[in-house]
Design a protein around this ligand. Structure first.
Ligand code: IMP
Length: 422
């Protein structure tokens, strides 16, 4: 049985919490794309665990966490997260698997990301500056360095020196200090020693697991509107997020029936630039941002806030064959007197689908809204659908009806306990 959890919006939907919840019944939890541009927070008994690279389900005692080939790894970040897990007395050598095919985010990737963003000036994309675009660019232009090379030190050092020489020429054009390879080598040696016992061919592990009917949970990062092919290029990230990426990024079959859980935040948020038709620039947005602590887990940037955009979500649920939904952050909407949901766009007076929009069109569409009365009650203690305020029930039922997909999981607060199945 394969379950995939994907974000249906522009990221930060609360996937970490849903993954952590579903991981309780999973044998494996897998990150299959992206890198530490993602930030998934899990709260257990009031304690926060921010994960950027290690799959969020790792905290469950019986779950093995796999970082598969589609993921790009920043050694500094993975080392930090491994340390965090060790402090929690988690035996990482048994609980964490790293594919040798993962590409490494090298020091020059971060410098290049920053240099490109600075050079774009006003037209900057608002990347997380974690080197994500440059590392994926190197992957597909055969210039990448993987965990595989790192395990063979001589190969690694040769490739690192060769690539740094080229990248330093580019950095020079941006007037950026060159990378000094020797100063980074000790850290890479340390990283190599640390991860060596965890590096295994994940394909073989999954083949065996599937033969034994083990449960595999795939943790999507970011949100489908940021997919490099299907998102709003270039206001997107560099990896494929859609469900097919579990085949490319983890070697998992997509021909078997798959449970695809789409996570919807009850409103909209995003970090980074690019058009966002339902964005709000008023007090409601400020209140939601404050109450929901809507500041990026990865970069700390204040998130842009808007009304729930079901026009976009209808596209992403269809694209990724989503057959179940989880809604998060409903509690943040308590006390907003009136709520709106976008049900479509118009461009020059004519309806237009989000998939037909490039960034120029999306910047000019007019959202069509349906208005809902809000609810005042604090809902964080509620554990049954029928106990939710009637207006909250109406809001949820409308989403289900519009998307024709059942909302199976309802999250009413950040803690693992503040969730129920519907
Ligand atoms: P990059 O992935 O750092 O190259 O950033 C490209 C775009 O994707 C920027 O708008 C980022 O803010 C956005 N982005 C990347 N990862 C996430 C995420 O996990 N949550 C929200 N936005 C993200």
């Amino acid at each position: 049985m394969i379950t995939v959890v994907v974000g249906t919006q522009w990221g930060d939907e609360g996937k970490g919490k849903i993954v952590d919840l579903l991981a309780a019944n999973s044998d494996y939890v897998v990150r299959f794309h992206g890198g530490n541009n993602a930030g998934h927070t899990v709260v257990v008994n009031g304690k926060k665990f921010p994960f950027h690279i290690v799959p969020s389900g790792v905290l469950n005692p019986k779950t093995v966490a796999v970082i598969s080939n589609g993921v790009v790894i920043d050694p500094d970040v993975l080392m930090e997260e491994i340390e965090m897990l060790k402090k929690e007395k988690i035996d990482v050598s048994k609980k964490l698997v790293i594919s040798p095919r993962c590409h490494l985010i090298m020091p020059y990737h971060k410098e290049l990301d920053l240099a490109y963003e600075n050079a774009r000036g006003k037209g900057k994309l608002g990347t997380t500056k974690r080197g994500i675009g440059p590392v994926y660019a190197d992957k597909v232009s055969y210039n990448g360095i993987r965990v595989y090379e790192l395990l063979n030190w001589q190969l690694f050092e040769e490739k690192f020196r060769f690539q740094a020489k080229i990248k330093n020429e580019i950095l020079k054009a941006f007037q950026v200090e060159p990378i000094k390879v020797d100063s980074f080598l000790p850290k890479f040696r340390q990283f190599r020693q640390l991860i060596k016992p965890m590096v295994h061919d994940s394909f073989v592990i999954f083949e065996k697991a599937l033969a034994k009917d083990k449960k595999i949970l795939c943790e999507g990062a970011h949100g489908l509107m940021l997919d490099v092919d299907w998102g709003l290029y270039p206001y997107c990230t560099a990896s494929n997020i859609s469900v097919g990426a579990i085949n490319l990024g983890a070697g998992l079959p997509v021909s078997k029936p798959i449970r695809v859980v789409g996570v919807i935040k009850a409103y909209l948020s995003r970090v980074g630039s690019g058009p966002l038709p339902t964005e709000l620039f008023n007090e409601t947005a400020d209140n939601i941002r404050q109450k929901g602590h809507e500041y990026g887990t990865t970069t700390g940037r204040p998130r842009r806030i808007g009304w729930l955009d079901l026009s976009a979500v209808r596209f992403t649920t269809s694209l990724s064959c989503i057959n179940q939904l989880a809604i998060t952050r409903l509690d943040i909407l308590s006390e907003v007197p009136q709520l709106k949901i976008c049900v479509g766009y118009q461009l020059n007076g004519k309806p237009i689908a989000v998939s037909s929009c490039g960034y120029q069109e999306l910047a000019n569409v007019k959202p069509i809204y349906k208005t809902f009365s809000g609810w005042k009650e604090d809902i964080t203690k509620i554990r049954k659908f029928k106990d939710l305020p009637i207006n909250c029930q109406r809001y949820i039922k409308f989403i289900e009806k519009f998307l024709k997909i059942k909302i199976k999981i309802i999250s009413v607060g950040p803690d693992r306990k503040e969730t129920f199945f519907n």
